[in-house]
Unconditional design. Structure first.
Length: 158
């Protein structure tokens, strides 16, 4: 069974986002093993300088890199955009190639350090549009569920 690790900076605060994540985690149980690792987000001033942001990203990077395993996919705006079918094909190929673990990394609202991006096997962009940072986790879990529905011929993906 494939192991999926989601390494995310910060905790979900809104109950409706927590509920959505719980639902997708429950749905994924039959397809893979999912572990969610939450990394503490560095506290910044209300108007942080670029140096302050870079320092925070560096601190977060150390914690992120301690928790990733296997094939690493960093979610970042400048990453490659894949359709759901393409992502499903990639996940299937990784499994066939012997990758037992895929780690998805979600950074803070300031993104990810270059250190994390350079460690990643793939940089993935969800969209050119801007979404609330905390929604990324729900969107990622939904896409992972869709990936397995596609690869198993389920009716969920249309």
């Amino acid at each position: 069974m494939l192991n999926i690790r989601i390494v995310a900076v910060g905790k979900l605060k809104e109950s409706y986002l927590q509920s959505a994540c719980s639902e997708y985690l429950k749905r994924l149980n039959g397809f893979c093993s999912v572990k969610l690792v939450e990394i503490d987000e560095c506290r910044l001033s209300d108007a942080p300088s670029q140096k302050e942001i870079e320092k925070a990203l560096s601190v977060e990077a150390k914690a992120i890199l301690k928790n990733v395993q296997g094939y690493v996919i960093a979610l970042c705006i400048e990453g490659k955009q894949l359709g759901s079918v393409e992502l499903s094909e990639l996940v299937s190929e990784l499994g066939v190639m012997g990758n037992s673990t895929i780690s998805f990394v979600i950074g803070s609202s300031f993104g990810l350090s270059d250190e994390v991006k350079n460690k990643a096997d793939l940089r993935l962009s969800m969209s050119k549009m801007t979404f609330p940072h905390q929604l990324a986790r729900v969107m990622l879990l939904e896409q992972i569920y869709r990936v397995f529905q596609i690869s198993h011929g389920g009716k969920y993906h249309k």
